[in-house]
Design a protein around this ligand. Sequence first.
Ligand code: GAL
Ligand code: ZN
Length: 642
Amino acid sequence: MGGDSVLLGCDYNFEQWSPAVWREDMALMREAGVGLVAINVFGWSHLEPRPGEYDFAALDEIVELLHEAGIGINLGTGTASPPPWLTRRHPEVLPVTADGTTRYPGGRQAWCPSSPVFREHALRLTEQVAARYGDHPALALWHVSNELGCHNALCYCEAGAAAFRVWLEQRHGTVEALNRAWGTAFWSQRYASFDEVQPPRLALSVRNPAQLLDFQRFSSDALLAHYRAEAAVIRRHSRARITTNFMVTAHIRALDYWSWAPDMDVIANDHYLDHRLPDPAAELSFAADLTRGLAGGRPWMLMETSTGAVNWQPYNLAKEPGQLVRDALTHVARGADAVCFFQWRASAQGAEKFHSAIVPHAGTGTAVWREVLELSATLRRLREVEGTTVEADTALVFSWESWWATDTEARPSQDLRYLDQVHAAHRALRELGVTVDVVAPGSDLSRYRAVVVPCLHLVSDEDAATLGAYVERGGRAVITFYSGIVDPDDRVRLGGYPGAFRDLLGVVVEEFAPLLPGQEKPLRNGGRATVWTERLRLTTARTEEAYEDGTPAVTRNDFGAGQAWYVSTVLDLRDVLVKVVDAPGTQKDTEVVRRGPYVFVINHGAKDVEHPATGEELVTGQPVTGSVLVPAGAVRVIREQA
Ligand code: GAL
Ligand code: ZN
């Protein structure tokens, strides 16, 4: 995609600037080596100022300016946010929250995913845009809507309720089947017909968890249907690739991207460091690995990230010197073939006026601008990395359905959160220097030496069998607590936990025994267990780690030709994983990732490190023999000598 460079791109909200600034920006974009620009993401109220009346003058001009500058266009359909006239004429398109209150325009994305009225208007605009620019030579990529479901994923309005009923009938067939799936024998919830079913609006008590789960599935499907509808219109006018920007991040969980990925011509993710998390850099690496998993291991694009602070966290931290380059190259190390920033020029007005950009409020005489130029030069030197793939012999199973099922309202402990457990497993592997592929439940595991399965609470019989067969044939699995407990209808698998994995693991758990905040249970190895324990009995497994009283905390079961490990509490997972995976072991703060013949060494620490390597270092262009010096905060990329 990037010609002579790993692609550098950005969002350009040109509507916010005058034509004089556009011209200045084209020159600056060339100076910065920008190769792809996303435009018209929020263009609707400019393109269609009044219903059915179109004005493409400004967009035409920008398209030509970018074309003349030799910059590829990532063209938005412009439907991300409806114009004021639409919500005024048709207030029924506005989203409704779980408490039944309407969310009004004034922000963005004020539309219901299931609204036929919104859909009709959005497709009409898409048609105009696609017909006008569909075969423009500068068009590199289509950008459907924007971050579908960022704010409006769950809508509880009447149009949504009607669509939910249709979806339920398709999934369950009959109302009797729905009653069985949702366990409506409980609390007098039995339905006589689909017409009686509502979306899970707020109730006085805990809501039906199976209903909540199906509503999550429905809502993800509803937005995917919107994507498909816009993409189908585009396809009639254009052969360019089509995608939308995913949000593989810690705070958005409404879209089951495993089911979306096959529809995308290229996988694109938006990622911002999240300083609400204990280890934001570790989460970046996880998100990049998961995005690569969605891309089936092939290269993907970072469609949005920030040069510095965002504007939507409680504390919006600026990046440290060097961090812009380091974060960007971490995505490249883990499979990105494009790095794009939101946004080109920092807004002077509007809700994002304090969001960082490539051109800050202070202009180009700034450290941020200089660091973007440095990144640009580095991406040019990394050109040969493009198209190569990350090699991993360990997999980590990730499931949005298990996320939804685990984090439901009534659960054994509120400190039990799916993503915490996934992050803990990924972080432990990363600290051991192990690069992992993130895979969907039920994936073919045969090429992996080990598979880590954190908190796979909901699992189908087939997906559980795939994992069992993998171990039987000689694989090694590490499964952590709260896995295998419910089937896809959120029905508990009876006979003792961990349900679907009882035989594979050779244990029976009679009872969960969560701990209070701050409470710890000492382990024999000197470690400590927190958050969660279980009353666990061995059947065929043996104890690998015990509490001080001798009861099992970690077990291992030889199963066929392989091994199945069970971790029944929260502990330092490195102590377990080091016995199961091939861990090169790494210095603290140094992240090492292999992509094709290239080794990325990322130094997150405050001290320079030496890393063993021989070959050519691409960032500095120097040969290295025996070891490479990676300065504090820097990244080095070595093409290894065969
Ligand atoms: C994304 C969005 C962009 C911008 C950015 C700010 O959610 O797609 O439009 O809002 O975040 O971080
Ligand atoms: Zn709705």
